[in-house]
Design a protein around this ligand. Sequence first.
Ligand code: ASP
Length: 310
Amino acid sequence: MRNFSIAIHGGAGTLVKGLMTPELEDQYKQALKEALDAGYYLMENGGTALDAVEVAVKTLEDTPLFNAGKGAVFTAEGTHEMDASIMDGKTLEAGAVSLVTGIKNPVSLARDVMENSYHVFLAGEGAMQFAKGRGYALEAPDYFYDEVRYQQWQGIKDSDNFQLDHSVKKDGKFGTVGAVACDQEGNIAAATSTGGMTNKKWGRVGDSPMVGAGVYANNKTCAVSCTGSGEFFIRGVVAYDVACLMEHKNMSLEDAANEVIHKRVLEINGDGGLIAIDTNGNISMPFNTEGMYRASKSSVGTEEVSIYKN
Ligand code: ASP
């Protein structure tokens, strides 16, 4: 048996410590641990990295603490439009959806696109038609409602502003979610899911569903899930950049991930972080913000659940 491991994130952000109560911090850590364990135990019982990242992200989508699935942020129209993606490092197959509404677990719809359509990426109406055809039941808008996110939106809804869920004026509620995993066979996978940005308009799509930007997996190098200001992560092709540095510059996972987040993303004024894993189960979780909700666990016996810088 080879080492296996998993890492997850619940969004990077400028987390103001004073706004975080010990009780809330416990809730976040508990939610992260639950998702981490769901993916880990699946692989402990021989499950694949692909299944592990899906189950971990689904668990995070099901909690209103994070900006994905239940608890997704409000758009300018007061709706919830969600983006998600998944990629298998063994086959290089990928699936993604964008601008979907009423879907409880967008990451599973992304996987469905990967496995049951000829396409990689379905958006808006088309993605919803596909979901309908695959028998997805739609949740009522109430399911996604979260009072704090509603108030976030009320603060800016009549303006042209939009707000990253993890920007400074906030309430302790952050982010996009994601997972990367390496299973007992040495296969790796990645998944990312988000509600995007509060008050986003005109069909805005962030990096999270874009292969190469917010998600990437290739057994040759690494699996990556990103979080941060999506516009910069798209332009920096951030997830793929980590893989490129490993492949073409022979960098280790840790060096490549740090180079991208602490140098290349900062050079284009981007803020955020990522989680990355290689086929030996090594994990890297760099971020250039005050904190990032994150957790990791490996069969060598290491485990971490953290929010702020260590
Ligand atoms: N990257 C996401 C987006 O721009 C936001 C986040 O990471 O919270 O949609």
